[in-house]
Design a protein around this ligand. Structure first.
Ligand code: UTP
Length: 296
């Protein structure tokens, strides 16, 4: 495994977003706004804050809006400038300067594992970060930075996890870990969506990984035929057999924005973080809850 500093990230964003139809019929789910910022911008910002310099976004059919979002918007800039809307102009310009962002197309949505595999030429022989395009972690940058640091120091792969309620383990990939007193533990195995009675722990895999480039060999091997899905978890199980893999318990709050309830929760929590919206949002939530109680 390469010992270089980890500086590249892959953001797979080529999925169909079927859990969010019809909104995602023509619009990428990664562009769904949380308050006033697209989901994927939060993710890019998290990567940049954690020290990532180059990002490759894996896109697909109908995902042009993602590229446009991180590109310059000269007409809009001219308009804002002519109207002296300095703050908005600055905000728009900053988006295109966030990082070196590159794009690659996944020809067909053959699964998360395949999307990551599509980035293999960009990544080359280096360890790299993966951030899922629909998973937002509020306050997650410091965890990602620590995870990267740990991977660099231990020359290992690291998977971000979070504790979930025992009844919810069947919704996630779950890690089987050596006992540990810290927030890092060595992974013995990974199990996809176990029954609560059979789950080896309640540490669920979230959409943050630091992976050794050897993962590409396993993703390549696991390639299945037309219409099949290539699972990342299967490749992780194989990677774990040849070199050390750790689970890192992430701080912050995680939201699966590609799922309706996760999206609604993220919208409310991020709105509460905004001083100009906070009290109005609390009043609104109270009024709505009151009305819902009366009507039920
Ligand atoms: P998901 O499984 O959450 O995305 O993948 P999905 O398939 O779009 O969602 P549903 O289940 O149909 O609603 C996690 C991330 O991996 C990307 C997605 O865009 C998302 O950001 N992905 C998934 C790809 O890039 N390519 C794929 O073939 C599948």
């Amino acid at each position: 495994m390469a010992k270089n500093r980890i500086r590249k990230a892959v953001i797979p964003a080529a999925g169909l977003g079927t859990r969010f139809l019809p909104a995602t019929k023509a619009m990428p789910k990664e562009m769904l706004p949380i308050v006033d910022k697209p989901t994927i911008q939060y993710i890019v910002e998290e990567a940049v804050e954690a020290g990532i310099e180059d990002i490759i976004i894996v896109t697909g059919k109908g995902k042009r809006a993602i590229e446009d979002h991180f590109d310059r918007a000269s007409e809009l800039e001219e308009l804002l400038s002519s109207k002296n809307k300095v703050e908005q102009l600055h905000q728009i310009q900053e988006i295109s300067k966030l990082a070196h962002i590159h794009y690659i197309r996944q020809p067909r949505p053959l699964g998360l594992g395949h999307a990551i595999w599509c980035a293999n030429r960009f990544v080359g022989d280096e360890s790299f970060v993966v951030l899922l395009g629909d998973d937002i972690v509020r306050g997650g940058a410091s965890s990602l930075r620590e995870m990267i640091q740990f991977a660099e120091e231990s020359n290992s792969s690291v998977i971000g996890v979070k504790e979930v309620l025992p009844k919810d383990v069947s919704r996630y990939g779950i890690v089987d870990c050596e006992p540990s007193t810290t927030n890092v533990c060595q992974i013995r195995d990974l199990v996809e969506k176990p029954h609560p009675d059979e789950a080896p722990s309640n540490l669920a895999i979230i959409g943050r990984y630091v992976l050794a480039p050897e993962i590409f060999g396993f993703l390549e091997k696991g390639r299945v035929g037309v219409g099949g899905e290539i699972q990342l978890t299967d490749a992780l199980v194989e990677l774990n057999r040849i070199h050390a893999m750790y689970a890192y318990t992430y701080g912050g709050d995680r939201y699966d924005v590609g799922e309706k309830l996760g999206f609604i929760q993220a919208t409310l929590e991020f709105a509460l973080d905004r001083p100009e919206l906070r009290s109005a949002v609390i009043d609104l939530m109270e009024a709505i809850a009151e009305r819902a109680k009366v009507n039920s």
